[in-house]
Design a protein. Structure first.
Length: 256
């Protein structure tokens, strides 16, 4: 079970994080799109990806802090235990320790990953596009993630980003900034490929469903409009047929 240590907080973090990230990316793309043409330049896609990454990070950073703490701290055996230790160390700010470094790392990472996925040739398999986009983003931004983890693991204190980065370089050299890169890539690159593929297919299925629903609504409206004249004719015919009997009743001697 040691291989799955910290898996529950990871799952609790990844699900809302991915949902917030991908949904907000679509929202930011709509916001940054040209109001007249609806087109997005590369720079605007990068901005949308950066904003989406920062939005998701702000919402889920405490869960990431808990996940990392449980994975590396022997004293943290359960999720509630980790919550109690962090609360004792610094209250609410302890759960957001390293947020600045996380934002500095996630903004360029998600800008590269999401915009690259959109820009790569659409005839590439979706998984290959996601894998390639994640590889480019990971190679470019991994040192920022290393610094973020270093800050999050500092107990009872928060250190500046520059101090943490300098300490890593002094202790391990520049290569220390890429410590753990290979296992991280082996785990995350297929994960990102699958995530972006599923999201892309889900979007396509939703769009197709919306189109089919619109067609159905249009068909119902067309049938309704086609039947409306016939209905009016029947109503008019019924009124005309009932009119003589009404007149006859009114002029009948029995009526008086």
């Amino acid at each position: 079970m040691g291989f799955w240590k910290g898996n529950l907080p990871q799952v609790l973090r990844v699900v809302p994080y991915s949902a917030a990230q991908l949904y907000s990316y679509e929202c930011y793309k709509s916001f940054f799109a040209d109001k007249e043409t609806g087109e997005l330049s590369v720079y605007r896609r990068l901005a949308a990806g950066a904003c989406a990454g920062m939005t998701a990070t702000i919402l889920t950073h405490p869960l990431d802090t808990l996940r990392l703490r449980i994975a590396v701290d022997p004293k943290c055996k359960t999720l509630l235990g980790a919550v109690a230790i962090l609360a004792k160390e610094g209250g609410l700010p302890a759960f957001y320790r390293g947020l600045g470094a996380s934002m500095a790392g996630i903004a360029p990472y998600m800008a590269l990953e999401l915009s690259t996925y959109d820009i790569l040739p659409q005839n590439m398999p979706s998984f290959a596009r996601g894998f390639t986009a994640a590889l480019i983003a990971t190679v470019s931004c991994y040192p920022l993630d290393t610094v973020r983890r270093r800050i999050q693991l500092e107990a009872a204190r928060s250190i500046p980003w520059g101090v943490a980065a300098g300490a890593i370089v002094r202790e391990e050299g520049v290569g220390g900034l890429y410590r753990g890169f290979l296992p991280n890539a082996v785990k995350n690159l297929p994960n990102k490929g699958i995530k972006l593929t599923v999201f892309s297919e889900a979007k396509a299925a939703y769009a197709k469903g919306q189109d089919e629903l619109q067609k159905l609504q249009n068909s119902v409206q067309a049938v309704s409009h086609a039947l409306e004249p016939a209905k009016l004719e029947r109503v008019a015919g019924g009124m005309a047929a009932g009119a003589p009997s009404c007149v006859a009743s009114a002029t009948s001697p029995l009526a008086s």
